[in-house]
Design a protein around this ligand. Structure first.
Ligand SMILES: Nc1ncnc2c1ncn2[C@@H]1O[C@H](COP(=O)(O)OP(=O)(O)OP(=O)(O)O)[C@@H](O)[C@H]1O
Length: 262
């Protein structure tokens, strides 16, 4: 598979009155087209800084980010982002259909409407197009945000703690929805999460970051196959072993067999 995203020796230092703060230091990894890669790291380690650099919202002080071989030096048009806070990412005065159509403004009206309807159907909201976000549950609003990102058909979908604000049952449903739609649409996804179990359940690979300044401590392949099940997969030996490895790495264990330590 061709490389979709390459982060090479990324470093970022924020200036500050009390001295500069080194948030990210020498981060390097790649994501192939069609992969779903999860990033986990301790709180405050620099995950948002990494996402901001990939989204072209900050210029890193060191290193490069490339999308399909082209260096990112502004907000790339082929990128979509789903944030944790769905209530602030949707426009409350627009219908669900219009929210999903919003990033497609450059397309003819009929194409825009058709794509939005298709995306809403793929997240199980084909009946909700005429409603407003405020009339939907939190989980449904996050489905709208996912539909909007998918309708745009991005080369890379960035997800920043996308399921952290919904209840546990909805979280499981949204995780399975993500796995299904990325398979159907062959989407490339980079997803940041605090949840170790979620990173293993969703990922083709899990990237574990060190505490601040972030660098990649391990790049773990997830050998669970494509067909994942919330109960059976989470109970499987491979899953349990992997989640223990990620937890140990996060705790700062220095030697983990089978992990590709960097
Ligand atoms: N604009 C800024 N100016 C100065 N320091 C910043 C700025 N943004 C982030 N930082 C610092 O950089 C470090 C990394 O922050 P970042 O938000 O990237 O971490 P994170 O891993 O996303 O955090 P969390 O897990 O809490 O979401 C933190 O110590 C933070 O205080």
């Amino acid at each position: 598979m061709p490389t979709m995203l390459e982060v090479a020796d990324l470093g970022h230092t924020y200036p500050g009155k009390d001295g500069a703060h080194n948030a990210v230091d020498g981060l390097s990894f790649t994501v192939d087209a069609g992969e779903l890669v999860c990033v986990v790291g301790p709180s405050g380690c620099g995950k948002s800084t990494l996402l901001r650099a990939i989204a072209g919202l900050i210029t890193p002080t060191r290193g490069t980010v490339s999308l399909r071989g082209t260096r990112v030096d502004g907000v790339p048009s082929e990128l979509a982002v789903v944030f944790q806070d769905y209530s602030r990412s949707l426009f409350p005065w627009l219908t669900v259909q219009r929210n999903v159509e919003f990033p497609l403004r450059g397309l003819p009206r009929s194409q825009r409407a058709a794509r939005a309807r298709e995306a809403l159907a793929s997240v199980g909201l084909d009946q909700a197009g005429r409603k407003h976000p405020g009339q939907l549950s939190g989980g449904m609003q996050q489905r709208v945000a996912i539909a909007r990102a998918l309708a745009y058909r991005p080369s890379l979908l960035l997800m920043d703690e996308p399921f952290a604000s919904v209840d546990a049952q909805t979280r499981f449903e949204l995780e399975d929805l993500l796995l299904r739609v990325r398979r159907e649409q062959d989407t490339t996804v980079l997803l940041v999460t605090h949840d170790i179990d979620e990173s293993v359940y969703l990922g083709d690979r899990v990237l574990v970051l060190t505490k601040s300044p972030a660098s990649v401590v391990a790049d773990l392949p997830v050998d669970l196959g494509d067909a994942r099940d919330q109960i059976k997969t989470r109970a499987s030996e491979t899953f349990v072993d992997l989640r223990a490895k990620v937890a140990e790495l996060l705790r700062g264990a220095s030697h983990i067999e089978d992990a590709k330590l960097i």
